[in-house]
Design a protein around this ligand. Structure first.
Ligand code: NAD
Ligand code: SER
Length: 332
């Protein structure tokens, strides 16, 4: 593995919810000259400027992917390009292509160029047959969504390339990620971000999940910490290399609304469950056991629900006061 001093890092899908904030942290930790950012979309002029060179890349194109790795001396890849659960279910064949062909390309290229590789899996890798309370690290995984199918397949492929070709692939099963910089890209847990924008902007929110739907969640600073820490962890200590359960909190929409009301007493929420996303959420854990991550590489989140809510409302309220809170309900 390249030492931290001579890392050259490529981030795929860097304009997304996680990539846009991971890029900033990677640039601060390893130097912006050592970071190459990419996405299938064009970057706007101001976004991510100063955090690394930006190069447009469709990860399905193996030749373009290889060219960027080879020409930039890349030795670590954060592979974030993917379609999330709700958008994947709307276009399952496209989701298979992006999530799987993109990943196989990443693995092949990392094998060829000796790169270490971070690949995020998800609570979406679980399914209705999984024990949903205190979901174990190693358990039944038979997801019913296309997103979940690609996530379980991805975990297995990463293990395979590690065992067969020695690729230093690592990953975590992220829960729903909550953040204020970039809106989420079409997942089932997006409500837990949308609710803050709606609360600040108009004092009310219509939730597409039932009030009692429990899901694991994490605030973005902890998600970034997990991504960096697992790649810096001692490889010898990792037994579950590619699919560590990690969580920071779990709650229902009803509980989140209560926590928001501590700051905005007039906040109102109504529920209009969407059968697609409700069905997906019902098949995901209520809360996971993340002791393997804690024991094998020292995972420990900083933010609980109260700290996360206070920070989200602080950041978004300030943006709203400055007239910069860009949000239309239903679009995320
Ligand atoms: P996102 O949808 O916000 O961003 C994904 C990015 O990938 C987008 O900028 C998109 O333009 C880009 N992309 C799509 N197709 C591409 C292609 N063919 N080539 C290159 N880029 C392409 O997603 P995110 O929330 O940032 O998620 C990143 C990773 O983390 C994904 O693997 C996702 O499954 C995983 N994850 C996210 C969450 C979460 O709550 N955000 C939870 C669990 C796992
Ligand atoms: N936030 C993601 C989704 O809902 C979880 O992987 O798709």
């Amino acid at each position: 593995m390249a030492s931290s001093e001579n890392l050259r890092i490529l981030v795929t899908g860097s304009l997304g919810q996680i990539g846009s904030e991971l890029a900033v942290s990677l640039s601060e930790s390893y130097g912006s000259d050592n970071i190459v950012l990419s996405d299938i979309r064009e970057k706007s002029s101001e976004k991510l400027t100063g955090y690394g060179e930006f190069i447009k890349l469709d990860v399905v194109s193996r030749d373009d992917f290889r060219k960027i790795v080879s020409e930039n001396g890349i030795n670590r890849v954060y592979h974030l390009a993917a379609m999330l659960s709700a958008v994947a279910e709307a276009e399952p064949r496209k989701a298979w292509k992006v999530n799987m062909e993109g990943l196989v390309n990443a693995l092949e290229i990392c094998s060829e160029y000796g790169c270490s590789l971070f690949v995020p899996s998800s609570i979406g890798a679980f399914g209705p047959d999984t024990p949903l309370d205190n979901t174990p690290q190693d358990t039944i995984m038979r997801p019913h969504s296309m997103y979940g199918v690609t996530k379980v397949s991805g975990e297995l492929l990463c293990d395979y390339y590690h065992l067969k070709y020695g690729v230093d692939a690592r990953g975590v099963r992220y829960p729903g990620i909550i953040s204020s910089a970039t809106l989420p890209g079409g997942g089932t847990t997006d409500y837990a971000v949308q609710i803050f924008y709606a609360a600040v902007k108009k004092g009310s929110y219509t939730c597409y999940l039932r009030p009692d739907t429990s899901l694991d969640m994490m605030y973005m600073p902890d998600a970034i910490k997990a991504a960096i820490d697992i790649m810096e962890a001692d490889s010898e200590k990792l037994e579950h290399r590619n699919a560590f359960n990690v969580t920071a909190m779990h709650f229902t929409p009803e509980r989140l609304a209560e926590a928001i009301r501590e700051h905005l007493p007039g906040f109102e929420i109504e529920y209009r469950p969407d059968p697609l996303r409700q069905g997906i959420a019902d098949s995901w854990p209520n809360y996971m056991d993340d002791s393997a991550a804690r024991n094998e590489w020292g995972w420990e989140p900083e933010y609980d629900i109260d700290a996360m809510v206070a920070d989200m409302l602080r950041v978004l309220s300030r943006r709203h006061e400055e007239g910069k809170l860009d949000y239309t309900e239903g679009k995320s």
